[in-house]
Design a binder for this molecule. Structure first.
Ligand code: SF4
Length: 384
């Protein structure tokens, strides 16, 4: 216990901990002491007491995918009768609806359609930017770069440069799942290996496109493999500084081929959030999830090192397809943050504060700024 206490004190003071030390804390530190140490780091990084949220919309452009990840409830194989593709005009229309509701960011997410080459993405991004230059396109991930490279015969660097020039502002951390080799191969055998995911992100950071890094926990990985996922990200971050945030969330077990496998418990999730704050001495932000673990758990993360609760999510369909049922709205998210004893603030993609909600009397009230499945969905075009 003395070793754990001294480790916690060192980490709370900003000292770097090794992966072995992180594993020791993850598995053996008392939760309250772990949380106190993580919260000390959070307070030093954000002494203003502010915790943030963002208004964005996830727009899915196709559910057709050749990668067939076993945990995914969203995709349909090519030629499947439930496959669909969304027109770029519809996507731009959805961006307009999002702007109307105060969104500052769009996350384009979709399957790896075998016929989508670089031109499809260039057209989509440049069309959105032409109509709504104020929207940050925080979209895609390393997996899409690999897929586009394959379909268009381009190097990863060429794909990234062309996406950037078409209007992509930053990569979402999607597709990271778990980067550690054994569990990644078990749940996503056709997806690029973790070291390739990291190499694409490193290239993107070098070309001026920053990103976030995510972690989907609970698909059967060991505790050591969880820490290894974070170690792999931290090593790249030491070289690039391009990961703005670390975003862990829990695997949702419905409607997919892993159904019935282990799901991370809330206790494991909360411990991981705290250890992540101590381990990532080189990543500025840590996001707690309310979508997969519930709003109260999201609140708790704000006391375990997290400084951000992510998005209201005007639309989300991918994680919801696998069983995430939680919904919120802007007013509620502000209330959740404030009642967790933080000052709520709406942020942009770069974590600049857009509105700081110091006085509840001034809180914005607009019932339309709420999370939905495809609430304002426009008609879809059946995939060929
Ligand atoms: S997670 Fe993405 S890449 Fe994997 S099957 Fe689903 S849509 Fe395809």
């Amino acid at each position: 216990m003395r070793e754990i206490r001294s480790l916690l004190a060192r980490a709370a003071d900003g000292g770097r901990i090794t992966p072995d030390e992180a594993l020791l804390l993850y598995t053996q530190a008392p939760l309250h002491e772990l949380g106190q140490a993580a919260d000390a780091v959070r307070r030093r990084r954000f002494p203003d007491g502010i915790a943030t949220y963002i208004i964005d919309r996830n727009i899915n452009y196709t559910n057709v995918c050749v990668t067939a990840c076993k945990f995914c409830a969203f995709y349909r194989a090519p030629k499947h009768e439930e496959g669909w593709v969304r027109d770029v005009a519809d996507i731009v229309g959805k961006c307009g609806e999002a702007v109307e509701l105060g969104a500052t960011q769009i996350m384009l997410q979709g399957g790896h359609h075998p016929e989508f080459g670089i031109e499809w993405y260039e057209n989509a991004f440049s069309s959105i930017k032409a109509a709504y230059p104020q929207l940050a396109l925080h979209s895609l991930g390393a997996s899409e770069v690999v897929h586009i490279g394959r379909t268009s015969g381009l190097s990863h660097e060429q794909v990234i440069v062309r996406l950037r020039d078409a209007g992509l502002d930053s990569f979402a951390g999607a597709g990271a799942e778990i980067l550690t080799e054994r569990p990644r191969a078990a749940i996503a055998p056709l997806k690029e290996p973790g070291h390739v995911w990291l190499s694409v992100m490193e290239t993107a950071h070098g070309l001026g496109l920053e990103s976030t890094a995510t972690f989907m926990m609970g698909t059967g990985e060991t505790n050591a493999e969880r820490i290894e996922h974070m170690r792999m990200i931290r090593d790249v971050q030491d070289r690039t500084g391009g990961f703005r945030s670390f975003i862990p969330w829990t695997y949702q077990p419905e409607n997919n081929h892993l159904k019935g496998r282990t799901q991370a418990t809330l206790f494991e999730y909360l411990r991981l959030v705290a250890v992540a704050r101590l381990f990532f001495d080189n990543v500025a932000h840590l996001q707690g999830s309310w979508l997969t673990t519930g709003k109260e758990v999201g609140q708790l993360t704000l006391h375990l090192g997290a400084d951000d609760l992510g998005s209201v999510m005007l639309e989300e369909n991918v994680v919801s397809s696998a069983g995430a049922r939680h919904r919120t709205n802007r007013t509620e998210l502000i209330h959740l943050i404030r009642s967790a004893d933080r000052i709520p603030a709406q942020r942009d993609t770069l974590y600049n504060h857009l509105v700081v909600h110091r006085d509840p009397a001034d809180d914005p009230v607009d019932e339309r700024v709420a999370s939905h499945y495809s609430s304002t969905a426009l008609p879809l075009v059946q995939a060929s």
